[in-house]
Design a protein around this ligand. Structure first.
Ligand SMILES: Nc1ncnc2c1ncn2[C@@H]1O[C@H](COP(=O)(O)OP(=O)(O)OP(=O)(O)O)[C@@H](O)[C@H]1O
Length: 675
């Protein structure tokens, strides 16, 4: 669709620019010399995101998870009993285990290199591709530790094997020398990996967060009761008032049940003892079935339910087949229990009803799991569903029967959830029938012209001038624009009355076609995607966080369904001759300057003050057009359930000093966006 431009001369100039840029890319610069072949670990340094999902805080901590997963694999395979995690004041993280030690003998395919060097410097080198060295492992691709090596400014591996200590040092994935034999080590065995993430990749001021790693260490210990995890952190890294200890030892013989009780501390639950257990598959399904499942679940009316699942100790925040099997066992179990106790209504129960208020932890160990992506967010192995359902079902039936009071109360609670769900559905149907319900839409909304919800989007923009640009830049058929004036109310501490009186929020709800809080229904949402589009500066970031808090608190299912996004408007336009490119932030600008603009004439850098200042076609091309833009999906990234609640409370709640502390801790982010 054509976008009207206030200034036709400028439009013609721009067309010319664009044409030239395309020509340039299509001819002169594109010959055989433009085809690069990346060798060794270079691809990892070029595109870290492909291997660790980005270069942000989560990705940085994921490096430790990769190394820790290797040590856990060694423990789960029965070769290590102790893992130590240490954080140094100079930014190094060390993970040490007392396992077999990474093999150090010459590698059969590369006889002049040790297996250790091959593992550390080659993608896809590992002992977990279905061989005999590990039965169930979190590692699969032979990628983890080599990626950590590539992205570390400095990395040292020590291996104690056969009473001898070996060491090799690396910098940015390149060995600084061969594997050295340090000397005899009669009382030591295992592997130690020490590394410091590369500031060139993660930024100068990126540091590990002790609290985040402590949680990781603790949850690993819960997941495998056969391991003791020792934690040590340089006191300089801890702030006064931090709850993170400088030293701790984690060992949980009670496994997941301990974990669940710890997480639910204080909440009233249906049963004093959670529904918990463990099944070794070979005992249930025959000696050829490798692996096991452990679980713990309880129900509480006091808070929303959650499910935390793991496969081979790797967290799977997006669930997958193991979770599906677990909930299927419980749903079928409750229906059968209802039938047994004469509760006819139990036949209506679905998985959704069982999950409401259900807090569950599920950990499976299986051979050669299949995940979606290298960061392993979701388990895809179909077999896991059958194994978990089969293993859990009998135990659940027995648990319900063993405590009729708790079992009956749980069944009532779940039936109530089912009834509520059915009532809601009936209400909706009558609504649809009785009225061609007239929608009142706020006046300033520029709605899309297509009636279909599929593929439609609404952009929430800050202020009328940005709204004006966005209205010109949009695709009128599928993209709607709602300008919001000034900062919306901070909902973290607003009462519900205040919330409903706030004009901006009222308009927002009306435009979306939904109601906030308990009356929110995802089915009512008038658009497929909701996109927050604010300026790339501190004010914009603040408005975006207020909106995200609002959605998190009042419309959480919208986030869980993956339908909330952040637009990524550029901050800079870099021009050289006929070529222009856009940069998101300072780091991106520096990267582009270093890679794309080498010594060919004068480079001009323009900085956008706000969206309102951009030409509609620039805004369209960089930020709104689905063919060329990038969107960031807002997701809830929790290492532990309840963590986001804490963070939102800290950031947006009443205590200004905690917010201030967060901003200080994350100063890089705040600075990068500062104007
Ligand atoms: N702590 C350790 N103890 C013993 N062997 C190890 C240890 N760490 C790594 N290894 C060996 O190095 C191999 C490569 O490890 P790497 O982390 O690169 O990949 P992976 O664990 O096989 O798979 P993934 O890419 O999924 O993490 C492992 O398969 C294992 O054989």
């Amino acid at each position: 669709m054509a976008t009207p431009n206030a200034n036709p001369a400028a439009r013609a100039d721009e067309d010319e620019d664009l044409f030239q840029a395309r020509e340039d890319a299509a001819s002169g610069a594109y010959d055989a010399s433009a085809i690069e072949v990346l060798e060794g670990l270079e691809p990892v340094r070029k595109r870290p995101g492909m291997y660790i999902g980005g270069t942000d805080e989560r990705a940085r901590h994921h490096l430790v998870a990769e190394v820790l997963d290797n040590a856990m694999d060694e423990a789960v395979a029965g070769h290590a009993t102790r893992i130590e995690i240490e954080l140094d004041a100079d930014g190094f993280a060390t993970v040490r285990d007392n396992g077999r030690g990474i093999p150090v003998d010459p590698h059969p395919r590369f006889p002049d290199k040790s297996a250790l060097e091959v593992i550390l410097c080659t993608l896809h080198a590992g002992g977990k591709f279905g061989g005999k060295a590990y039965q169930t492992s979190g590692g699969l691709h032979g990628v983890g530790v080599s990626v950590v090596n590539a992205l570390s400014e400095s990395l040292v591996v020590e291996v104690a094997r056969g009473r001898t200590l070996y060491r090799q040092r690396f910098a940015r994935g390149v060995p600084l020398g061969p594997l050295e034999t340090v000397g005899p080590a009669p009382n030591r065995r295992g592997t130690s990996v020490s590394f410091r993430p590369d500031p060139q990749i993660f930024g100068e001021r990126a540091r590990f967060k002790p609290a985040r790693l402590l949680k990781m260490a603790r949850s690993k210990a819960y997941l495998f009761s056969g391991v003791e995890i020792r934690w040590k952190c340089a006191p300089e890294l801890l702030r006064e008032g931090d709850e993170t200890p400088a030293e701790a030892v984690f060992h949980f013989p009670g496994g997941l049940a301990d974990y669940l009780n710890f997480t639910l501390q204080g909440a009233a639950t249906f049963s004093e003892n959670p529904f918990a257990g463990k099944v070794v598959f070979a005992e249930k399904f025959g000696p050829d079935t490798v692996g096991s499942v452990e679980w713990a679940a309880n129900w509480t009316p006091a808070r929303d339910g959650f499910a935390a699942s793991y496969c081979n100790t790797v967290p799977t925040p997006e669930g997958g087949t193991h979770e599906a099997g677990f909930w299927a066992a419980l749903t079928k179990g409750l229906r059968a229990y209802g039938e047994l106790t004469g509760q006819k209504k139990a036949a209506q129960i679905t998985r959704e009803d069982v999950m409401a208020g259900g807090c569950a932890m599920i950990s499976v160990f299986i051979r050669e799991p299949e995940f979606v992506g290298q960061t392993k967010d979701r388990l895809a192995t179909a077999e896991a569903q059958r194994l978990v359902e089969g293993a859990v079902r009998d135990h659940f039936d027995n648990w319900l029967a063993a405590d009729p009071a708790a079992g009956g109360a749980l069944l009532d609670f779940v039936i109530q959830r089912a009834e509520e769900r059915l009532r809601r559905r009936a209400e909706k149907e009558t609504q649809r029938k009785t009225a061609t319900r007239k929608l009142r839409l706020p006046g300033k909304l520029a709605d899309c012209s297509d009636a279909s919800r599929a593929g439609s989007e609404i952009f929430l923009v800050e202020g009328d001038s940005a709204g004006g640009s966005a209205k010109q830049a949009r695709d009128r058929r599928t993209q709607a624009v709602l300008p919001l004036r000034g900062k919306i109310l901070n909902v973290a501490n607003a009462s519900i009355e205040k919330l409903t009186q706030n004009q901006e929020l009222q308009d927002l709800c009306q435009a979306l076609g939904v109601q906030p809080g308990a009356r929110f229904r995802l089915e009512d949402l008038r658009y497929e995607r909701v996109i927050i589009m604010t300026d790339a500066d501190v004010d914009g970031a603040h408005i975006a966080s207020l909106l995200m808090t609002f959605f998190y608190r009042q419309m959480r299912p919208l986030i869980d369904a993956g339908r909330l996004f952040l637009a990524q408007p550029p901050l800079y336009r870099i021009t050289q001759g006929a070529t222009s490119v856009y940069a998101r932030d300072d780091a991106h600008k520096d990267e582009l300057l270093a890679t794309r603009f080498k010594g060919r004439g004068k480079v001009e850098i323009g900085r956008f003050k706000g969206l309102g200042e951009m030409m509609p076609r620039q805004l369209k091309e960089t930020t709104m057009d689905p063919a060329t833009r990038t969107l960031v999906r807002v997701m809830i990234d929790e290492d532990e359930p309840g963590e986001t609640d804490d963070l939102v409370e800290r950031l947006m709640g009443r205590k200004a000093e905690t917010r201030f502390r967060f901003i200080q801790e994350n100063a890089r982010f705040a600075e990068a966006l500062d104007v």
